[in-house]
Design a protein around this ligand. Structure first.
Ligand SMILES: Nc1ncnc2c1ncn2[C@@H]1O[C@H](COP(=O)(O)OP(=O)(O)OP(=O)(O)O)[C@@H](O)[C@H]1O
Ligand SMILES: [Mg+2]
Length: 254
């Protein structure tokens, strides 16, 4: 059975003439342990799909299921133990006046965990920061370090699914690779399931086994990594996207 499934997902914002149909009948299934990519141009609805899954955007049609069970609105505490999101901008997603300690202890308090000290130390070590960073404020961290804190926050409740919305696009290229490798490593070690949004086909080719291509709120095409590596897209839109990603070097097929 798939761990995350969207079936005819619809998200509509606004009313009357201001209506935006951001997601128009999107369906896909992600197996446990899989890394699944969502690519497409700006405004195609990628972030909205992730936001709808985790309850940050209203679902106006279709269904989201986790492990076969339809999600509740609002999402339950249990849902957030199991599914966590990492946002694009680590500058905006961390409260400027909260220390790393506060950022990491908050979810533990909300979910009633007792072994706070151990979990914080473990989470900081897991993301390669170590406990020396525990009492720093966001302004005392680099962009890459902030995103590591955001990843630690997402992982501290030991979820099985991470929704990753352009997790490295705000970072320098060299730091981007470090954070992607960290995510790859964490997935392998913990058997995590990823839904990764990126406009960067190279990132998705590196990180994901399968992907969908979105345009105007619709799924244009579903591809495997190997099809992407061989540039074997069927749809003209995907072919254009492959051509348009200048400098896109598909990793050599393994
Ligand atoms: N809260 C909102 N209210 C109204 N419209 C919204 C809202 N959130 C998103 N939209 C609209 O929904 C559409 C899809 O937006 P979304 O953020 O999902 O795109 P995206 O594919 O993630 O783009 P990008 O690559 O630029 O991040 C856009 O037209 C956007 O303007
Ligand atoms: Mg987006």
């Amino acid at each position: 059975m798939s761990l995350v499934s969207c079936d005819g997902l619809e998200v509509t914002f606004g009313h009357g003439r201001d209506t935006v149909r951001a997601v128009r009948g999107v369906s896909f299934d992600v197996a446990r342990g899989e890394s699944f990519g969502i690519v497409g141009e700006s405004g195609s609805g990628k972030s909205t799909v992730l936001r709808a899954i985790c309850g940050l955007a209203p679902i106006s049609g279709g269904r989201v299921r986790i492990d076969g069970a339809p999600v509740d609105t609002p999402r339950s505490a249990e849902f957030y133990r199991n599914v966590q999101m990492v946002f694009q901008d680590p500058y905006a997603s961390l409260h400027p006046r909260h220390t790393v300690d506060k950022v990491l202890s908050e979810p533990l308090a909300i979910h009633g965990f007792a072994d706070v000290e151990d979990r914080i130390a473990q989470a900081l070590n897991d993301v390669g920061l170590g406990t020396g960073f525990r009492f720093r404020f966001p302004h005392q961290l680099s962009g890459g370090q902030r995103q590591r804190v955001a990843i630690a926050r997402a992982l501290i409740l030991e979820p099985s699914v991470l929704l990753l919305d352009e997790p490295t696009s705000a970072l320098d290229a060299s730091i981007q690779a470090e954070v992607l490798n960290l995510l790859d490593d964490l997935r392998a070690r913990r058997g995590l399931t990823y839904l990764l949004v990126s406009h960067d086909l190279a990132v998705v080719a590196h990180m994901c086994e399968r992907l969908i291509v979105m345009q105007h709120g619709l799924v244009v095409e579903e591809l495997t990594r190997s099809a992407l590596q061989h540039k074997a897209a069927q749809q003209d839109y995907t072919k254009d996207l492959l051509r348009a990603s200048s400098g896109f070097q598909p990793p050599t097929p393994s």
